[in-house]
Design a protein around this ligand. Structure first.
Ligand SMILES: [Zn+2]
Length: 714
């Protein structure tokens, strides 16, 4: 994943906020005392002083940063001169620099070196930041200036990048109600307030059902479970005051392995039922009525803006552009996915019969028998694979790929030259291989530790822009590998190696940026994971395999047969994975396209699944009453399709390389990759950019092949 830096969020939603006072210190005192507010110094155009940052400075710095940003915005809004691109849009792009700097530290404190002390400050700052952001486009004077420039640009377009910033900025305000009259604006704000309460209630209800439906096992009920799982279940039970018992909590991380390995079918059914009934238990924590209410309010709100439905409003600035395009993709893949489910169920039934288990496959059996099929058909010894995946060699492989495709060269920075927030963080300089031009610095925070959030992510401390002179990039990758004993190689799994490449793809996307204005560095939700997903594909190219995927003792490259096995395993259980995902994504869209006035959510879900021909052997990945992506907020509402949208692009773009004379290292295709898919970021409409790369729109055939589905004819 890529964590969209808070900086981007602030930049892309510049708002007004009542000026916050900064108690006793004068401006000058504050700016010199508080390190987090200061300009970055030292080589490479200055870098954050991560080594000297103090948690005690962050609150004051964020508040001061917001105050300064708002002063700048006020000055732009109240400019007595006629609005121009330069005095309004460009001035907005130029504003907020102090706050941007502060957020580089804030991000590190929240994700890489968090502490209870910081979390307290974070909780205190949250409503202030949300106030800073949430009064979106409420600055009437500012919006009128933007609108005047936008209207003029529709008559006489500006140069392409300027035009794009104007359109994105205007859209951002317009989509959030800036263009409404006073009465409608009032209703708009009321709706948002009601919605935010419903989102919280929805999330709390799911949380309640996750915490309150724990399945406790005794010693005789552990068959099939791994020692590590049993140990952790015992600990959880004991923490909950049930010493000597074993707790299966009502979360995916507990449910999934339990259903995969437990031999006790009745218990599997119970754990399954608890999990898929979250928010749907007919009690005070039931979410069905809340969902209906949310759908009504969303429809009313976009109605104020003149849209027929929420999906239309949401998708207008996404690559898919409208719900019809998103639906067309999902409906094209659906038949193949459900057909594959039939085959998977048949395979599982054979195994169940062989074992003498007298069962017909039910949803709580799917994971259990699928695992048996996996063992029989695709078994991979993950320990054997690991011997060929050394972390240092993988990093060299990534540098090699970056050199071949992007013409980048990575050179380690000597320790101490650039401040870091933890001794294990290493820094490399990125240069153009031919011209030697400095492009930026790459920070790598490799290992897990206390206070660091889980997972892997990429972020920037400074992004490329050129409108005020070229800025160089400070980008980082963050992982959670286990730190080895000194001198020992870190061996990682194939999945982890893929993630390592994925995050590096985000970093390359940052380094190759050639946009003029900050706003153009922003991401488009159904597009921004595509570039990083695509980069994963270079892990299994011959050049990487032969040079870098070598045995940690013998130095021998990974055997071709093992690579083949890994590739085959990637199509395993794709019927289940694709169908459970698509059922949720289709439901998300259909719920928002339906008339919500008398909607009965439970009935709607049942009928929609019937119409779709949902196989009875598996549920939706997220059933509606606990679909937090869509109803705990708006992040993925009518946007859950986006994962597959990005997958289609990934598969299709990787075939462009497969078909080229030079394969994955073909110079012409690589040039187009950088020029159209990476460098423009959001300076170009993603659909246009893709067309320029591929010479046509993306087709779904490549995705079907990747998932092992039959390719539709015609
Ligand atoms: Zn990502």
């Amino acid at each position: 994943m890529m964590r969209k830096s808070i900086k981007m969020a602030v930049l892309s939603s510049i708002l007004l906020f009542a000026s916050c006072k900064n108690d006793n210190k004068s401006n000058e005192e504050l700016m010199t005392d508080n390190l987090l507010l200061q300009e970055w110094k030292g080589p490479y155009e200055g870098t954050p002083t991560f080594d000297k940052m103090k948690v005690t400075d962050i609150k004051e710095a964020v508040e001061k940063g917001m105050e300064l940003s708002l002063e700048e915005i006020e000055a732009i809004a109240n400019n007595s001169e006629e609005p121009t691109f330069k005095n309004t849009i460009e001035a907005m792009e130029s504003s907020g620099k102090v706050l941007d700097r502060v957020f580089a530290y804030y991000g590190i404190m929240s994700s890489n070196v968090s502490s209870p002390e910081f979390r307290e400050i974070q909780a205190e700052l949250a409503p202030k930041l949300s106030e800073f952001r949430s009064k979106i486009s409420q600055n009437e004077k500012l919006f009128q200036r933007i609108k005047a420039i936008y209207d003029a640009s529709q008559e006489t377009p500006l140069e392409p990048q300027a035009q794009r910033v104007v359109e994105l900025t205007y859209k951002q305000f317009e989509m959030n109600g800036a263009n409404l009259d006073a009465e409608k604006k009032k209703r708009y704000a009321e709706i948002n307030k009601e919605l935010s309460l419903l989102y919280t209630k929805f999330a709390n209800n799911v949380l309640h059902d996750e915490e309150n439906y724990v399945t406790y096992l005794n010693e005789d009920q552990l068959d099939g479970l791994s020692d590590a799982f049993i140990k952790s279940a015992r600990k959880i039970a004991s923490d909950k005051g049930k010493d000597g018992m074993y707790a299966i909590t009502n979360t995916r991380s507990s449910m999934d392995p339990f259903l995969t390995y437990s031999t006790n079918r009745d218990l599997r059914k119970q754990v399954w039922t608890n999990y898929y009934s979250r928010g749907d238990n007919g009690d005070e924590y039931d979410n069905n009525k809340i969902i209906a209410e949310i759908l009504k309010l969303r429809k009313e709100r976009v109605g104020l803006l003149g849209y027929d439905n929420y999906a239309q409003w949401r998708l207008q600035d996404r690559m898919a552009k409208n719900p019809e395009n998103a639906m067309a993709l999902m409906e094209a893949v659906w038949p193949a996915a459900t057909a594959r489910v039939k085959e998977e169920v048949a395979d599982m039934q054979v195994i169940a019969n062989e074992l003498g288990d007298n069962v017909t496959i039910e949803p709580w059996d799917y994971r259990y028998y699928a695992e048996k099929v996996r063992k029989k058909k695709y078994d991979l010894d993950s320990d054997e694979v690991k011997q060929y995946l050394q972390l240092d060699k993988l990093r060299e492989a990534m540098f090699f790929v970056a050199g071949e495709l992007f013409n980048f060269e990575f050179t380690p920075i000597e320790e101490g030259k650039v401040p870091v927030f933890q001794e294990d963080v290493k820094v490399w300089e990125v240069k153009d291989r031919t011209s030697g031009k400095h492009i930026g610095l790459w920070y790598l925070d490799t290992f897990a530790r206390q206070g660091k959030r889980s997972g892997a992510w990429a972020t920037t401390y400074r992004s490329y822009t050129s409108f005020e002179g070229e800025k160089t990039v400070l980008a980082s990758n963050n992982n959670n590998f286990v730190k080895p004993a000194p001198g020992e190689a870190v061996l990682i799994s194939w999945d982890d190696a893929t993630t390592f490449f994925h995050e590096f793809g985000h970093a390359l996307h940052f380094f190759s940026s050639n946009v003029k204005y900050p706003t153009l560095n922003g991401g488009v939700r159904d597009y921004t994971e595509f570039q990083s997903q695509l980069l994963e594909r270079w892990l299994s190219t011959d050049k990487v395999i032969n040079q870098f995927l070598v045995h940690y003792e013998t130095g021998e490259p990974i055997p071709a047969s093992l690579v083949e096995k890994i590739k085959n395993a990637s199509t395993f259980n794709q019927g289940f994975g694709t169908t459970e995902y698509l059922a949720s994504a289709l439901m998300d869209m259909k719920l928002h396209l339906a008339d919500p006035s008398d909607i009965d959510i439970d009935k709607f879900e049942r009928e929609t699944l019937d119409e779709l021909g949902m196989p009875k052997e598996l549920p939706m990945r997220h059933r509606t009453p606990h679909f937090g992506h869509v109803f705990s907020g708006e992040g993925y509402a009518t946007a859950y399709y986006g994962y597959m949208w990005a997958d289609v692009l990934t598969s299709d773009a990787s075939e462009a390389f497969k078909e080229a004379p030079g394969g994955f290292y073909d110079k012409d295709v690589a040039d187009k990759l950088v020029k159209y898919l990476f460098a423009p970021r959001n300076a170009m409409d993603p659909a246009d950019a893709y067309r320029k790369f591929r010479g046509r729109d993306a087709k779904i055939e490549a995705l079907m092949r990747d998932r092992g589905f039959p390719v539709p004819q015609g």
